[in-house]
Each structure stands twice: as C-alpha cells, then as structure tokens.
Ligand binder design. Sequence first.
Ligand code: AMP
Ligand code: GLY
Length: 424
Amino acid sequence: MNVLLIGSGGREHALAWKLAQSPKLGKLFAMPGNPGIAEHAQLVDINAADHRATIDFCLKNSIELIVIGPEAPLVDGLADNLRTMGFCVFGPNKIPAQLEGSKGFTKELCARYGIPTARFSLASDRLAAEAALEDFKLPVVIKADGLAAGKGVVIAETPEDVEAALDAMFGGGFGAAGSSVVIEEFMTGEEASFFALTDGETVVPFGSAQDHKRVGDGDTGPNTGGMGAYSPASVLTPALEQRAMDEIVRPTVKALAERGTPYSGVLYAGLMLTAEGPKLVEYNARFGDPECQVLMMRLKSDLLGLMCAVAKGKLADEEPPEFSSEAALTIVMAANGYPATPEKGGPISGIAAAEADGAKVFQAGTAAAAGKLVASGGRVLNVTATGASVGEARNLAYEAAGRIDFPAGFYRRDIGWRELERGR
Ligand code: AMP
Ligand code: GLY
C-alpha cells in the first residue's frame, strides 16, 4: 500500500520510521519531510495548504492512506477534502479537530457532557472578560481561544499579570487566535499525556507520556513545544488511565459522534491529575511532538495496520495496540536561541555514532546543505533510547546525545527528573 505522510518534524520522522517497518507498506512519500524522513520515504515538494495539488499527487501515485502529522492541516480541513475524494485518511476532519483548534469548543463540549475539566468562562471582548474574572481567584488561567503554537496560555498570579494578559490577547498579540478568550480556574496536580486511537466509535488506549515544556533545566525559562519526553508516565496508573478513558476520552468521542461529526485519528488528552481525579487540560488532534517519538519506540504492533483500521472505521476488528514494557526517553537538541530566535545553519555530525548502541536519532529541524546536515529549525534532533526503566533509557539517551557534534545547539540535562525522583 502506498502512503503519504504529511509533516516535517521529529514526530513525522518517528512515524515514517515505524511505518517503514510494516510488511503492508508499498511506497512511502512524505510532504515535505526532512533529511531523516528521506531515509524511509520519497520527499514531495508540495505545500499541504494546497489541497488541490495534494489530491492530484495522491491520485497520480495511487496513495491508499494519507497520514496527517501536524494540527494546522487538520484545522484547515485537509482531511475533509481528501475524504470527499474517496481517500482513507488518518486524522480528524475540520470540525472534530476543533478539539484542538478552539479551546472554547472543547470547554463547551466538556460542560455539556459533564467531562471533568477546570471551571471556566468564555469571553469575546475585554469587558466581558473583566466581568467574568470576578468569579475567579488568583492564580487564574487566561487562554487565547485559537491555535497559538503553545504560546496562548497565561497563568496570571497578580492583577498586573491579568491586565497584561488581557492587553496581549485583545490587543491583537495572538491574531485571530486571541479574538476570544477562555478564563479558567487554576488546577493543581501533576500533568500527564494520554493517547487514544479512535475511528469515531471504537476507542483504544495508545499509551502515556510526560514531557518537559520549559526550555531550561529544573523546568525554568520560557515555554517550548517540548524539550524531552518519556513513556510510560507511571503517575498515570492503570486505575487513573481507566478513569481518563471512562470519564474523559470515551464521552468526548461519543459526543462528537452524536453530533454527526465523528472524530477519527489519534486523540491526545493533556490531563491534570488532581486530588479529585484526572481532569482535562487540553486536547490535541494529533500525536504530540516529541511524545510520538517515545511512543513509536515502544510500539510493538504494526502502525500501518492500526492507522488503516482507524481510517476505515474498522478499529473494532483489529488486535488492540501492544507496547513494550520497556521505557523510552527522548532528549530534544535545539538550536541556540530557541525558542525566541533559533540560529539556523549550525552543522551537525555524529548521528551514526550516537545510534551505534541502539539509540535512535529522529530529525526534526534539519536540512541538507551541500551534502552536509545542518540545523534549520528550533528543535533539531530527538535523541531517543529505550531501557528497562526510565532511568536506564535516560542514561542511554544521554550517552548517545554526548556523541553528537552540534556546537550551535543545546539540550536539557534533566529530562525524566520527575520519574527518577519517584523511583528514589
Ligand atoms: P494548554 O495549551 O491548554 O495545554 O496549556 C499549556 C499549559 O498551561 C499546560 O500544559 C499546563 O501546564 C498549564 N495549564 C493550562 N490550563 C491550566 C489550568 N486550568 N490549571 C493549571 N495549569 C494549566
Ligand atoms: N509536546 C506537546 C505537543 O506536541 O503539543
């Protein structure tokens, strides 16, 4: 079967690597891909925002499955247009992708169906926001409604923080994403990411992970897309995972099906494990990056078989996904200056040496320049290893990272600290 994978990050490299192991795979294409993905796929230079060109490519190359990695094409309705043309697609249509595309959409769905989440209020102008804020204590969480690349969330501790957040959101600082805001009660607890595959009806758990959002050691500095991750997240015990399935994920999938806009693909639930149980922080309509990298290292089942079953609405006929009992951990190597102004063009070498003992280096923001590998984005490499425990996976991943020569880059030295502290 010929497959088209859309995206160009470390998540997509991990998906390509795993898809390439499938006996069902014919030819793999990636749009636009990156030099790491090129080891498994033929790269296609078409912009996924051009739906017509994407469809033409799929028709010409007998594509039987399209896997959409990032959120932007999902929220943009690429899956809808491909499905209209009769293609099988892994990834939700535009309306169900609003679970990620609009925080207000998700909060209203939670309210209507009794799905546990932080108490909230929606406001579409500053006056309404100020009035709503009277019902919330500090700290309070203020979020831009739309996609803001992880930057649209402010945890306001003081009245001055609240003012600054409202200024930024209603002052156009977040573009259309900030034209309405969600005000939320601040929840306390540990965060964990939980994944499920669904074809709109059948829902199966697909592993857990924890990531490190802040750029610096000890979880300091600005937020990023994620500086490292590990799986499984032992804090999400089997009992809590069951509650997350029963109280959050299954009711969400059922609600969207009832509304006539079923969700098909992977559903990523960001959970807060509060004293009262798991509560939803946010949904993503795709795999996490770099969470996907650690999930793929542990997945034993055939990814292509699972994705096809999801896309065809036949997940109930498929054996449930199976994961290795080993842990996996990934370290993100980022370009100096990330997240504000990452330096481009820094040379990279040593990947083969890093992989010599079983670690895997997924490429995220890389490019080939005159036959050499260089940095071309903020997050550049994901050095990933497995081991009997998170601690063992961590040691192997750091050993591998030490063999990479990327002078214009940096990485955190404490990925996995929560899990290691628990083990003590
Ligand atoms: P989000 O983009 O909604 O995932 O928010 C980004 C981060 O802000 C989350 O990963 C949490 O660490 C934090 N956060 C968001 N909402 C809340 C909340 N209601 N209470 C506490 N922390 C939150
Ligand atoms: N690592 C967080 C995300 O993919 O949204």
